[in-house]
Design a protein around this ligand. Structure first.
Ligand SMILES: NC(=O)c1ccc[n+]([C@@H]2O[C@H](COP(=O)([O-])OP(=O)(O)OC[C@H]3O[C@@H](n4cnc5c(N)ncnc54)[C@H](O)[C@@H]3O)[C@@H](O)[C@H]2O)c1
Length: 354
């Protein structure tokens, strides 16, 4: 099998985890890495025996087919657009970007290069536990969904001593909240309306409010709530807080109950894996690139024509309405809207027959 040749931009925690995966696989080759921090480049070059760059000259290497982007949330736009414009397929970490302007520019670049296969790394879609729930939703076993809740609640106060952008720039509803929000969108479709609140009480060292909650209305009529907290003063108990209420079934954390089965709770038959499902995510993305098919969305969503999926994931016709109940909210509402309708997993190949 021909090896897919890969370049990685961004060599922090997440970028190195992907380097490890690319370097170990037999169907791809980690050709080069790039980071602004030369010491990170040198360390990666000596670990993987690849080429190293501290600038976007990595994009001039004609042998690289795929660029994998793992820079900070606020620095996805430039490498994403440059990589597409130099003819690469692109994987970019979630959240796709942290401003509406960046996402629009990225989507425009993507649409202008229809041969490009691009993916945004919403990794929870590759966790067996969430996949099982998705199957139930698609089979109608939960009935019509009318309410959902998800959250991202972690004590991240240790980051104060580590990465600067996570203190000065990260927006909890995007960095962490995009995980449960993506699940809710996966299960109930696009968001049409959002209202949000936040405060600066816990973890005040962060520039953005570290406690955010948003409620959503979805296209099918369901409502939902996502909370993102970075400063709780305790470790969180094991598990994932996800609740889905449908007319025929209810999911609460690791339990499910189906209407008509005697009000019984059953364990969801695949235990929740708390590790990042990066390996199946990478596997699937490489499949998309190798076969030049839109496997990602076909496997994860109904096989709708690609152009419709693109509308749904990238360019929804109708913009959601917005209400905001806090005067000092800074960029938050704008950014939530950015991430909600536009930043689903894109792995679209817009060509003939779509
Ligand atoms: N899918 C997940 O579950 C998950 C988990 C963790 C992080 N992430 C995402 O991965 C991305 C990276 O997070 P991280 O924790 O590794 O951050 P990090 O701060 O550890 O690493 C970011 C790296 O990018 C480099 N960088 C920044 N701008 C650059 C540029 N223009 N060109 C080249 N290098 C640049 C920095 O020098 C740094 O080495 C973020 O978007 C984050 O939200 C996703």
């Amino acid at each position: 099998m021909k090896k897919i040749r890969i370049g990685v931009i961004g060599l922090g925690h997440n970028g190195r985890a992907f380097c490890d995966i690319y370097a170990e696989r037999s169907d791809c080759e980690l050709v080069a890495v790039c980071d602004l921090d030369n010491s990170r480049v040198e360390d990666a070059v000596s670990t993987y025996g690849c080429k190293g760059y501290t600038n976007y000259e990595i994009l001039q290497d004609p042998s690289i087919e795929v660029i994998s982007i793992h820079t900070s949330d606020n620095a996805h736009r430039e490498p994403f657009i440059k990589a597409i414009e130099t003819g690469h397929h692109v994987f970019v970490e979630k959240p796709m970007a942290d401003t509406l302007e960046d996402v629009e520019a990225m989507v425009a670049a993507y649409r202008a290069h229809p041969d490009c296969i691009a993916a945004v790394g919403h990794v929870l879609r590759f966790n067996r536990y969430f996949e099982i729930i998705k199957k139930w939703v698609d089979l109608g076993l939960l009935g019509d969904i009318f309410y959902m809740e998800g959250d991202y609640i972690h004590d991240l106060r240790y980051q104060y001593y580590m990465e600067d952008w996570k203190i000065s720039k990260e927006i909890p509803m995007l960095g962490g909240g995009c995980h449960p929000l993506d699940l809710l969108r996966w299960y109930a479709g696009d968001v049409t309306e959002v209202t949000a609140f936040s405060n600066h009480i816990a973890y005040p060292e962060m520039a953005e409010d570290a406690s955010m909650v948003a409620i959503f209305k979805f296209a099918g009529g369901a409502t939902g709530k996502v909370t993102s907290l970075y400063g709780p003063c305790s470790p969180m108990p094991y598990g994932y807080n996800l609740s889905i209420y449908g007319t025929k079934g209810t999911v609460v954390r690791d339990k499910v109950s189906f209407d008509g089965l005697g009000h019984q709770w059953m364990d969801i038959p695949d235990t929740f894996d708390p590790t990042h499902s990066y390996v199946p995510e990478v596997e699937h993305f490489l499949d998309c690139v190798r076969t030049e098919k839109n496997l990602w969305l076909h496997r994860r969503s109904p096989p709708t024509p690609l152009s419709l999926l693109c509308m749904r994931y990238a360019l929804p016709k109708k913009k959601p309405s917005l209400r905001c109940h806090r005067s000092d909210f800074r960029n938050f509402p704008k950014i939530v809207l950015t991430n909600v309708p536009r930043c689903g997993m894109m792995s679209l190949k817009l060509n003939k027959g779509c």
